[in-house]
Design a protein around this ligand. Structure first.
Ligand SMILES: Nc1ncnc2c1ncn2[C@@H]1O[C@H](COP(=O)(O)OP(=O)(O)OP(=O)(O)O)[C@@H](O)[C@H]1O
Ligand SMILES: [Zn+2]
Length: 709
C-alpha cells in the first residue's frame, strides 16, 4: 500500500522532500494501474497537474489524493524515488470529487487510473508549459468577458408550461426538497414521447440550478445534435456562459472550453460522452438527453458508459440527474420499475398533436416480379406523391450508406470482398469506389469482374445513395436530399443540409439513423422505414431494443407541428408484420414492448437481470487469440470467485477480421455487479501475464457492460 502519508522523507540528503502520489499518463499495457510516488521540494495540492519522468520519457501527471483506493502505488525506497520535473502553475487543482469519479470509472471499467484521467483532459494540456498555459487562461478570461458583455439583451420569452411539464417540474422540486441536506436526490427518468417538450423541462431545471449559482452539464449522444441544443440553451440563457465539449472542436477550442468549465466560469456545459468528465466545481444538475442512445458507450480504450457515470457523478456530488428519453434503455426502465429511479412522464405531445399513424406494409403481398425494387414499392411511391402534391416533406430511413452493400458478378459469383477484412466492400457510386467500412480500404470500381473478366457486374442490395437515385428517377421534379455520413463529411455540410430541410427547400430526405435523432422538424408528415427487418433476427439480444427506439424516434420526426399531426404517418415495409415489435410500434406502446422484452431478458438471464463483461483478443491468427482466451478462461474458472459466474467459450466477433487482425471474444456473465467486479479484478494481472506468454497476441481488452454482443 502507498506509504505516502509517512512523509516527509529526506531523499538523498537533498533537503526536505515531499513524497507525492502521481497518476501518470501511462498506457494500460504498461501494467501500471495505480499512481506512482515521486518527490517534490514543496508540498503539492492534490489535483495539481505536473510533469514527471517515467523511464526515459516525460509525462503529464496529476497529484492524486491520498487515502483513495486507486490501486497500489508502487512502494519504493525513498532514496530511489525520482523528483518531479515541473508543476503547471496557475491552474486550479482538480477537485477531489473529480478524482473520485475518475477513480471509480477506472476501477469499474478495468483501466489504469492515470491513463483514464489524462485521456479525458484536453490533449493540449500535455503540450503546454506554465507560461503558455497562463496565456491560455488569460485568453479564456477575456473570451468569457466578451460572452457576458452581450448580456444587455431583452429577456427571452418562455412558453407557458403544459400541465404535464408543470407537474414533472413540481415533482422534481419535491425530490430536491426531500433530499435537501440528506443525500443525493433520486435520479429521474424523464419518460416523454417524441415532441412532448422534454427539452423545455431541461431548460427549466437548468434555470433553477443556475439561479442557485450552480453549473449545469447537458449530455447529448451525438455531435451533430449539439448545435441545435446549444442554440436552444443559448437563446434561453442570454448572458450566461455556455460552452460545448466534444471531439469535433479544435484542440485550442477544446482546451478553452474545458478551462472555462474547470475554472467555474462556464454556467452550462453541453457535450457528448467525454463531457461527463468535465471538471465543474459548481456542478448542480446533469441532464442526459436520449439516455438510451448507444453512443453514450465509449467503444475503445476505457469503454465507459457516460450515462451510467452521470448517475454515479450525481450521487457523488449529491445533485439531481435527469435521464430523458421517449424509449428509455431497458436498464433504466427496470431501475425505475424497482423504484431506484424516479419515473416522471410526459405522455402527450405539445399542442395535443397525435403520434403519427403507423402502417405496417406487408411486403409478402407484393407481386414477386423481377425488376421490382423492393424498397420503393408502388404504394410507397403513391404515398410520397401525395405528400409532394400537398407540399409536405417526407423522410425515408434506411440504415445503410453507400450505393450498394456489395458488387456481384453473375458469371463467376465474385463478390466485392475486402482483402483485409471478413466483410464486403461497399459500392459508392458517387466517387466510383469500392470502400471497406471497417478498415477504410478503397479502390476504384473495376470495369469488369476481376476474376473472370465479365463486364456485367451489378450492385446487390441497396444503400442510401441508390435509394436517392431511384427516388429521383421515379419522382422527377421532387427535391431529394441525402443525409448520411458520406454526404456530411465536410465541415458545415450537415448544418446546411439541416437548414435546407427546415427552410422547406427539400421534399424528400433520405438518410441513415443520423436523421432520426432529436431534430425538431416542423414540416415532415411522412416517415418511411424501407428495410428494417434485419435487426429482428440479429444474434445481439439488444438488437430489438435498438430497432424499436430507432423506429419510434424516426416516427417522432413526423407531425411535430400539431396542425399536421392528424395527417402524419409512419410507414414500415416489412416481411414480418406480425412481429411483436412492430405490433407494439403500431400502438406506440413502449411500455408494452419494454415489459415483454424485460420478461424475455429475465428468463434468459440477460441484462439488466445479469451482468456482463466481454473479454476481447486480437491477433494475426485466430488460433493465437483463441489460445489466449482459452488460457484466461481456464485460469478464471479455477478461482473460487468464479462460482456462479458463467464464462462462455470464445467465438469470433461478428466481423472476425479487420485490417488483417483476427478478433475473438469471450462472454462473462455474473449474477451481480459485485461478483463480476471481484472476478475481473483478480483476472486483470493474470491477463497481463498471459499476454506476455502469448507472443502473437496484439491486444486484449475487457468491455464491462458491453452494448454490442
Ligand atoms: N410549454 C410549451 N409550450 C409551447 N411549445 C412548447 C412547450 N414545450 C415545448 N414546446 C415546443 O414543442 C416542440 C417539441 O418540444 P421538444 O423538442 O422539447 O420535445 P422533445 O420531447 O425533446 O422531443 P424529442 O424527443 O422528439 O426530441 C418544440 O418546438 C418546443 O419548442
Ligand atoms: Zn477492410
Amino acid at each position: 500500500m502507498a506509504e505516502a502519508e509517512q512523509e516527509p522523507n529526506a531523499a538523498g540528503g537533498a533537503g526536505q522532500q515531499h513524497r507525492v502520489r502521481v497518476a501518470v499518463d501511462a498506457p494500460q499495457h504498461s501494467g501500471i494501474s495505480g499512481p506512482l510516488d515521486y518527490l517534490s521540494k514543496r508540498p503539492l495540492a492534490p489535483g495539481s497537474l505536473l510533469r514527471v519522468p517515467l523511464g526515459k520519457r516525460e509525462l503529464l501527471g496529476i497529484v492524486w489524493p491520498n487515502g483513495s483506493n486507486a490501486g497500489e502505488a508502487e512502494y519504493a525506497d525513498p532514496a530511489k524515488l525520482r523528483a518531479i520535473l515541473a508543476v503547471l502553475e496557475g491552474l486550479t487543482p482538480l477537485s477531489s470529487t473529480w478524482c473520485r469519479l475518475v477513480e471509480f470509472a477506472a476501477a469499474y471499467y478495468q483501466r489504469a487510473v492515470g491513463e483514464l484521467a489524462l485521456s479525458v483532459l484536453p490533449p493540449q494540456l500535455r503540450e503546454l508549459d506554465s507560461p503558455q498555459l497562463q496565456l491560455r487562461l488569460k485568453r479564456m478570461r477575456k473570451w468569457v468577458a466578451e460572452q457576458t458583455a452581450e448580456a444587455n439583451q431583452a429577456a427571452p420569452s418562455q412558453p407557458t408550461l403544459s400541465p404535464a411539464q408543470a407537474e414533472v417540474l413540481a415533482q422534481l422540486d419535491a425530490l430536491l426538497g426531500e433530499a435537501a441536506g440528506k443525500g443525493a436526490p433520486q435520479p429521474v427518468l424523464l419518460y416523454g414521447v417524441t415532441g412532448s417538450g422534454k427539452t423545455e423541462v431541461y431548460l427549466r431545471a437548468a434555470e433553477h440550478a443556475l439561479t442557485q449559482g450552480r453549473q449545469v452539464l447537458v449530455l447529448v449522444p451525438e455531435i451533430n445534435l449539439t448545435p441545435q441544443l446549444e442554440a436552444r440553451f443559448a437563446e434561453r440563457f442570454v448572458g450566461r456562459v455556455l460552452v460545448s465539449l466534444h471531439s469535433g472542436l479544435t484542440p485550442a477550442q477544446r482546451l478553452r472550453n474545458w478551462l472555462t468549465a474547470h475554472e467555474g466560469h462556464a454556467d452550462l456545459v453541453l457535450g457528448t460522452r467525454l463531457a461527463v468528465f468535465a471538471s465543474m466545481p459548481r456542478l448542480g444538475l446533469i441532464v442526459v438527453d436520449e439516455e438510451h442512445d448507444p453512443s453514450y458507450k465509449q467503444q475503445d480504450g476505457a469503454r465507459y458508459s457516460a450515462r451510467d457515470l452521470a448517475v454515479y457523478r450525481g450521487h457523488l456530488v449529491k445533485i439531481p440527474v435527469i435521464l430523458g428519453s421517449a424509449t428509455p434503455s431497458l436498464e433504466s426502465w427496470q431501475r425505475a420499475n424497482e423504484g431506484r429511479y424516479k419515473r416522471l412522464a410526459l405522455p402527450e405531445r405539445i399542442g395535443g398533436g397525435a403520434m403519427p399513424r403507423v402502417r405496417l406494409f406487408d411486403m409478402r403481398l407484393m407481386p414477386l416480379s423481377k425488376g421490382v425494387t423492393t424498397a420503393l414499392t408502388r404504394p410507397l411511391l403513391e404515398a410520397l406523391r401525395l405528400r409532394l402534391e400537398r407540399g409536405e416533406q417526407s423522410l425515408i430511413f434506411l440504415n445503410r450508406r453507400g450505393y450498394a452493400p456489395v458488387l456481384h458478378c453473375s458469371e463467376c459469383n465474385w463478390k466485392s470482398d475486402c482483402p483485409h477484412c471478413s466483410a464486403w466492400r461497399v459500392f459508392h457510386k458517387g466517387d466510383r469506389t469500392l470502400r471497406c467500412h471497417h478498415c477504410g480500404f478503397s479502390e476504384r470500381v473495376p470495369a469488369a469482374c476481376p476474376t473472370c473478366g465479365n463486364q456485367d457486374i451489378a450492385p446487390l442490395g441497396r444503400g442510401t445513395e441508390r435509394l436517392e437515385e431511384q427516388l429521383q428517377e421515379q419522382l422527377p421534379g421532387a427535391r431529394v436530399l441525402r443525409i448520411d455520413a458520406d454526404s456530411t463529411k465536410l465541415k458545415g455540410e450537415l448544418e446546411s443540409h439541416m437548414s435546407a430541410v427546415h427552410a422547406g427547400e427539400v421534399d424528400i430526405v433520405v438518410g441513415t439513423q443520423m436523421i432520426t435523432k432529436g431534430h425538431d422538424f416542423r414540416r415532415i408528415t411522412f416517415v418511411a422505414a424501407v428495410n428494417p427487418d434485419g435487426a429482428l433476427f440479429s444474434s445481439d439480444f439488444r438488437a430489438p431494443e435498438r430497432l424499436f427506439a430507432l423506429l419510434m424516434q424516426a416516427g417522432g420526426r413526423a407531425g411535430r407541428d400539431a396542425e399536421q399531426a392528424a395527417r402524419s404517418e409512419m410507414w414500415v415495409q416489412t416481411w414480418h408484420p406480425e412481429h411483436a415489435l412492430y405490433k407494439a410500434l403500431a400502438k406506440h406502446d413502449f411500455e408494452d414492448f419494454a415489459k415483454s422484452q424485460l420478461a424475455e431478458r429475465e428468463s434468459a438471464g440477460l441484462p439488466p437481470f445479469a451482468h456482463l463483461a466481454m473479454l476481447r483478443a486480437e491477433a494475426r491468427t485466430p488460433e493465437v487469440a483463441k489460445s489466449f482466451l482459452d488460457a484466461a478462461s481456464r485460469w478464471a474458472q479455477a478461482l473460487p470467485e468464479a462460482a456462479g459466474v458463467l464464462i462462455y467459450p470464445c467465438i469470433p466477433m461478428s466481423v472476425a477480421r479487420i485490417a488483417n487482425v483476427e478478433r475473438m471474444q469471450m462472454l462473462v456473465e455474473a449474477p451481480s455487479r459485485s461478483a463480476l467486479q471481484r472476478l475481473l479484478w483478480l483476472w486483470n494481472p493474470e491477463l497481463h501475464a498471459l499476454k506476455r506468454e502469448h507472443k502473437g497476441l496484439m491486444r486484449w481488452a475487457v468491455d464491462v457492460d458491453p452494448l454490442a454482443i
